[in-house]
Design a protein around this ligand. Structure first.
Ligand SMILES: Cc1cc2nc3c(=O)[nH]c(=O)nc-3n(C[C@H](O)[C@H](O)[C@H](O)COP(=O)(O)OP(=O)(O)OC[C@H]3O[C@@H](n4cnc5c(N)ncnc54)[C@H](O)[C@@H]3O)c2cc1C
Length: 338
């Protein structure tokens, strides 16, 4: 628990939240980041760390994990307080309306302004509805690829019909011993180009198949029973790893109960990125305004705007315009790379 009063508390350590933390540091704000996950990086780190991102300015091509690590390095230069694995509960304004008390499962955080950068909310992978799958989670059954090495040399069953299932089948085909991709329909939701690329790999694609059971041998995953939902035909295939890519469920959680105006699952903001609550801002996928695009690049701009407006609230003498970072003498030394 902390009783310290922070200038800004950022909910969410994804790209928008991390860039906001950097900017808040640049503006000499006492900054805290809270995330319900155990690591920073948001969707970049959790959902697609080994995918390339092509539309971040300045990077013709960058691995999502590398982008997240660069954002973390940039944000940490100003040493924000980072609270991970915390579940939000309530937000209560102080008696004099100059601050908020934000309660989580671990304590109470006091902050003068708040930035909601919580993306689509606390997200989790849709799980396989099999008791055997629950027992094997992270020990043979996976819902994300943290490292391709986990699948190296193994017979892998990938389940799903979206871009993630198709892309991971393709991407793992250079390390896995064999890959079977099953999908319950004969049409993939994945991008046509990605399906075409998949067809050029040795991946065995089986449409109209669903997972029915998992078989273990000495506690290790040994085989999967799959069924053709058109004919009822069952097959048992040898597998040492299952990668289920069934999509994600996300929920804004208690933020919904804080009296904020929501539209399309995100906090409505004005042109200053301020929400319907005073001194509460939103940026990134968690913010909504007319014309909103949910992209990493747009989230960066929104984060910078939110923080600079928040700065004028914590320090009325401060200018909105932060100045150019290239001309600031107070930049941490590590920023200046010759
Ligand atoms: C497979 C895939 C590929 C993509 N590729 C691209 C691409 O090429 N280019 C592009 O621009 N965009 C891409 N995106 C979208 C991009 O990742 C998002 O737009 C971006 O991550 C949004 O950043 P954010 O910081 O707003 O939210 P997020 O990255 O979602 O981060 C939000 C953080 O807030 C935390 N959080 C949520 N709720 C709570 C809570 N209640 N309490 C505490 N913490 C909470 C979450 O744990 C998370 O860490 C892709 C998305 C996916 C899924």
């Amino acid at each position: 628990m902390t009783q310290d009063l922070f200038d800004i508390t950022i909910i969410g350590g994804g790209p928008a939240g991390l860039f906001a933390a950097y900017y808040a540091g640049l503006r000499h704000m006492k900054t805290k980041i809270i995330d319900s996950l155990d690591e920073l990086g948001g969707q970049l780190m959790t959902l697609y760390p080994e995918k390339y991102v092509f539309d971040v300015p300045g990077f013709p091509k960058v691995l999502a994990r590398d982008l997240a690590n660069n954002l973390i390095e940039q944000a940490m230069q100003y040493h924000p307080t980072v609270c991970l694995g915390e579940t939000l509960q309530t937000l209560v304004p102080s008696a004099d309306n100059t601050a908020y008390a934000l309660t989580t499962d671990k304590g109470v955080h006091h902050t003068r302004t708040l930035l909601i950068a919580s993306g689509a909310g606390a997200f989790s992978a849709k799980k396989l509805p099999l008791p055997t799958a629950a027992a094997l989670e992270n020990k043979g059954v996976y819902y994300a690829v943290k490292s391709k090495a986990t699948f190296a040399g193994k017979r892998v069953l990938v389940i799903g019909g979206g871009d993630s299932a198709v892309d991971w089948s393709t991407n793992l085909s250079d390390v896995a011993a064999h890959i079977t991709l099953i999908h319950r329909r004969d049409q993939f939701r994945a991008h046509e180009h990605n399906v075409k690329r998949l067809r050029q790999t040795p991946v065995q694609v089986m449409t109209f198949y669903e997972l029915k059971d998992l078989i273990t041998h000495d506690g290790q995953l040994a085989a999967a029973v799959i069924e053709n939902n058109q004919t009822g035909e069952k097959k048992t295939i040898e597998v040492q790893a299952v990668l289920a890519q069934l999509g994600f469920v996300s929920s804004p959680g208690p933020i919904r109960n804080w009296g904020l105006k929501f539209e399309r699952g995100a906090c409505v903001v004005d042109s200053r990125m301020q929400t319907s609550l005073p001194r509460v801002f939103a940026a990134g996928d968690g913010a909504w305004f007319e014309g909103k695009l949910k992209l990493i690049a747009t989230g960066f701009g929104e984060a910078a705007m939110a923080v600079n407006f928040a700065k004028t609230m914590t320090d009325p003498a401060a200018k909105l315009f932060p100045g150019h970072s290239s001309e600031m003498v107070s930049q941490p030394q590590s920023v200046i790379k010759m």
